[in-house]
Design a binder for this molecule. Structure first.
Ligand SMILES: [Fe+2]
Ligand SMILES: [Fe+2]
Length: 194
């Protein structure tokens, strides 16, 4: 009888260690990014760095026109986009993924007017919003709840980005060719703090 109990205890031990290792394996699979998800997150790192490059180019345009407030606004915008890229960079690493950096295409360097610059900025943010929405869709398709949650910051961020760039487009459209109006908006943009 004692021998039977001993064999039974051994069997239980073997079975529980097998179940535990199967669970641990499953958990590590949950931690690791799906290949397609990783590839698309890497593309987003590139898109955010391109955004930073584009806004820096816009800052340079405004510097050349002595519109220092607008240049300041664009410079902060470029910094914010670099932070976005780094959030994606850190996230891919946290999820045991591999960050692969590709070349960043050159942005335009010249515009017809300050209004044209902000119209481009607004159009660009609309494109980025589409990219973020596609990322959310993919996270849902591959049942990646962690990435879905991570992306919510960007979903909200894009709403703010669209609101702020659209407001400036509207204000610049309102003033038309008025130079004092332009200087007033430039001064207002120079007050941006973050
Ligand atoms: Fe961004
Ligand atoms: Fe943005």
């Amino acid at each position: 009888m004692r021998k039977l109990l001993f064999i039974w205890a051994i069997c239980l031990l073997v079975l529980s260690s097998f179940l535990f290792s199967a669970q641990a394996q499953e958990a590590s699979q949950v931690g690791k990014l799906n290949d397609k998800m990783q590839e698309t997150l890497n593309e987003q790192i590139n898109a955010e760095l391109y955004s930073a490059y584009l806004y820096l180019s816009m800052a340079a345009y405004f510097e050349s026109k002595s519109l220092v407030g607008s240049a300041h606004w664009m410079r902060l915008q470029a910094e914010e986009e670099t932070e976005h890229a780094m959030k994606f960079f850190d996230y891919v690493n946290d999820r045991e993924g591999r960050v692969i950096l590709k070349s960043i295409k050159a942005p335009s360097g010249n515009w017809e007017s300050p209004l044209a610059v902000f119209q481009d900025a607004y159009a660009h943010e609309q494109k980025v919003t589409d990219l973020i929405n596609q990322l959310v869709k993919l996270a849902d398709q591959v049942e990646d709840a962690a990435t879905h949650n991570f992306l919510q910051f960007f979903v909200e961020e894009q709403v703010e980005e669209l609101v702020s760039s659209k407001l400036i487009v509207d204000q610049l459209s309102l003033i038309g060719d008025s130079k004092p109006g332009l200087l007033m908006i430039d001064r207002q943009l120079g007050q941006r703090e973050e």
